[in-house]
Design a protein around this ligand. Sequence first.
Ligand SMILES: C[S@@+](CC[C@H](N)C(=O)[O-])C[C@H]1O[C@@H](n2cnc3c(N)ncnc32)[C@H](O)[C@@H]1O
Length: 320
Amino acid sequence: MGRSSKDKRDIYYRLAKEEGWRARSAFKLLQLDQEFNLFTGVNRAVDLCAAPGSWSQVLSRKLRGCTEKGEKGESGEEVKIVAVDLQAMAPLPGVTQIQGDITKVSTAQEIIRHFEGQPADLVVCDGAPDVTGLHDVDEYIQAQLLLAALNITTHVLKPGGTFVAKIFRGKDVTLLYSQLKLFFDGVTCTKPRSSRNSSIEAFVVCQNYSPPKGYIPNMSNPLLDHSYDVDFNQLEGPNRVIVPFLACGDLSAYDSDRTYPLQLDADKEYQYTPPTQPPIRPPYQQACHLRKKNLLSREDAPSVCPTQSQDESEPNAEST
Ligand SMILES: C[S@@+](CC[C@H](N)C(=O)[O-])C[C@H]1O[C@@H](n2cnc3c(N)ncnc32)[C@H](O)[C@@H]1O
């Protein structure tokens, strides 16, 4: 695929580059904020699974002000942002990076250390595993990642705080909702316009953190345990947890499933813009290297080799 054909196909990918975002995912968080007003009063925020960093960019710009120079939030308090990922990420103004695993308690402890014992106001998680294409496996791993993010959140979030996370709306989604509802007064499932309809991805916005009385945070509870032979989507009455679903994002925003022409604006000629900040060492790097050298067998070869792009091609799941 040529460099400009990707721009034509994916309007948010193109806009991300034009506006200086590291990934098209930035628009998802921006559209979630439009609907839920996520950043008001937030001085300490955690971005879990942050690389290559577009959500951290949004946090940095929104919480520290447009100039990217200010250090104080609306309340005059110092703004602190911590970004965690397995992958290394290029530096961002006002964002402290932890290269670590969100399933580890040591990561929670490092976040707390950075906040000097103060709890976070907001935790966001756009975590996604490397997709295998086996949908059941992908959904299961994504659910585990979400629960790991919830566990870390119970260690670091203040009562009343907000947690936002990517969720795959697969067959166990009801169980996930019920686990989230144990900890939050309000749980809403929402789909920003920048998230493709063709993708199983959505986001949960969990508001007013209020853990059960006496709850002591740990890293193994709650767990999505498949040894229970129950189809949670078949449950009825009070046993069934249904959370509200909201399509979010201004209706005038671009439709992520549509193809737009390169010449969007009659007065402005299309010019190719290179990606703002490609991942430093992406997991697909070796595959790209082998492919260049013609060492990758045909069946294994990815249809797109995104060495220079922020956008991995993932079956069924949304690319960043
Ligand atoms: C879709 S990308 C995140 C994109 C990011 N929100 C942005 O806007 O640039 C998913 C990230 O999850 C990270 N990830 C997956 N499992 C993780 C884990 N156990 N701990 C930390 N990060 C993880 C991956 O390394 C990957 O960078």
